[in-house]
Design a protein around this ligand. Sequence first.
Ligand code: NDP
Ligand code: MG
Length: 383
Amino acid sequence: MKKICILGATGSIGANCLDVVASQPSEFEVRYLTTYQNVALLLQQAEQFRPQAVAVVHRAKVEQYLPQFRSMGIEVLTGFEGLLEISAREDVDILVNALVGAIGLLPTLNAIQNGCRIALANKETLVLGGQLVMAHAAQSGAEIVPIDSEHSALLQCMVGEQASEVERIILTASGGPFREKPQDQFSGITVAEALNHPNWDMGQKITIDSATLMNKGLEVIEAHWLFDLPLSRIDVVIHPQSVIHSLVEFTDGSMKAQLGLPDMRVPIQYALTYPRRLPATRPRLNFDTLRELTFEPADLDKFRCLQLCYEALEEGGAAPAVLNASNEEAVSLFLKEKIRFDQIPVIVEDALINCETNSFHGVDELIEYDRQAREYVTSKYDF
Ligand code: NDP
Ligand code: MG
């Protein structure tokens, strides 16, 4: 039985992960679960999976539920310190990082120190601190196995291959809900329209990132660190059906692709069982009903966030951290209807131009760059 800790258990990935765990009861044992504030759902999950301890970051939300956790003998930790403490516990084989945002970096680094497997959904961890994370993982021997569907696809295509024989990787992108919308209508896009993703049901932040194509840019940076490839060997293609999850081209001109229905439980399960596969009875891709697979290039003028990710990765240093932090703040302002949809790339670009993006020498400096970029955006745009 593999002992599992799920950070962000109450989110979209967290809940799908528990679904996978429930479907493989002889394989996994849930040790720890965390939430930001959804304690009612966390309690239900705790009743079903009986973890040893849980962490609730938003302290005020937990008080009324304490007796129920205590009656099950479950330890309750609180605050960001509680999350950090749980992520550092040593009796874990796999830590699933399903947190959203840069907040995921320190818990990832904690778990890496224990040398356990990190099943990583939290791509912001690698966007912000890819260099640090990969260096620490190499030192401790911790494996970083991606949950993100594109990166899982790439990993699956690379199994049995030599890294030196990979010529390039191609990340597919659905194009989001505004692929066909003229750019001059972007200023009128509502929050509800942006949250309506054509193929995937996900948390709010990544859904907005998918609508701006920031998500694909963050994934390019994520792939750069995971597979140790330069930007010149990472391409993006728009593929609206989300059936091909990504492709690898090899030096002999051969290509491998990984296909499947858009269902995150598949890459989640693979990250938990890699390099093995376990049988699962989920809906299958059906070629009798699948009519077409189409492809088109990404429009970098219309979806400027993708271009900004390329530029931030090329600039290096703290530029990806500033990009990520300013995007998190811009998305949060858009969700609160304080800025327009088309202002998101404008704000990120403004932060990249005006915030310090020098190289950094450790996690404290990196977090300071992140903080400064957030302060820059909120002081200028949050009214
Ligand atoms: P959700 O918003 O659905 O869930 C996020 C989880 O993190 C929730 O448990 C939430 O708690 C918790 N959380 C949020 N803020 C904090 C905080 N400040 N401190 C501690 N915990 C916090 O996100 P998703 O599941 O959609 O995404 C998680 C990660 O996975 C993201 O990095 C995303 O990019 C990546 N990903 C997601 C995919 C998807 O299909 N959803 C696909 C590929 C990647 P609470 O419930 O209380 O808010
Ligand atoms: Mg993805």
